[in-house]
Design a protein around this ligand. Sequence first.
Ligand code: B12
Length: 214
Amino acid sequence: MTCTVYELADSLLKGNQDDAWNIVMNEVGHDISRKEVLENLITKAMQYIGNLWEVDEISVADEHLATSTCEYILVRFDFHMKKNHRFNQVEPKKVMLLCLEKEQHDLGIKMVAQLFEEHGWNTKLLGSNLPLEEAVRSAEKWKPDVIGLSFSIWYHAELLGTYSKALEALPHKPTVIVGGRLLENYDFSPYVSSRTKLFPSLSELQEWIKQYSI
Ligand code: B12
């Protein structure tokens, strides 16, 4: 898929929505799962764009255009998959998803929402930069079985322990799960309790969701 990753990155950087969409659809045509498209194609293209930005080969404006085009592709992909595949659960489990305070990188948590929905979960996506008090208030009201936290920037990890502790202490005892690009290479278990589940990728998450639903 490496070649396709570069092609997709190129279309995203040009803001070419139709080309980007056709590249994604071509992969779906090869019978690749939603998880694979999200993880091995779209995520990889955005990481490659990050590398280009880091070495000054593209501007901040280029990166922003790529991000907004990627957002369009994610929404369209979700719509396409929902139209073609219906997943129902008799009593759907509930998951609430959010990024830690000040964290703007929310494409990952949007992908996580799609994966849960694909498995029939009732999903509330609260997006980027959610202060802890708001997360607690929302969780007290809605009582999600699982609360997913995402962060991408090192210094945002300082808040990870505070979030997981406060959310795990809620009276209905939700399971807290955590993900983000840094978990692929670093161990964040010293920041959280042993009950919190850490996921380095969507693949591990998918296996966990399947077990949870049994
Ligand atoms: C797009 C982007 C942005 C966009 C984000 C827009 C958006 N709506 O998300 C914008 C322009 C806003 C942005 C801003 C900044 N960014 Co930026 N950004 C990126 C870039 C290029 C891509 C990120 C991305 O979308 N990746 C694709 C997603 C899908 O991957 P992901 O988040 O890892 O998610 C996957 C998994 O981790 C997992 N996952 C994620 N969350 C969760 C949660 C759970 C529960 C689970 C189970 C799994 C899971 O699911 C996904 C599936 O594959 C990266 C480059 C890179 N290498 O990542 C830099 C990068 C992350 N940014 C960086 C920086 C420095 C910044 C800024 C500080 C720049 C600045 N000076 O303003 C600001 C900080 C903003 C903030 N306060 O958060 C650095 C971070 C370095 C560091 N210090 O840690 C990076 C690495 C770029 C670089 N190479 O230097 N950025």
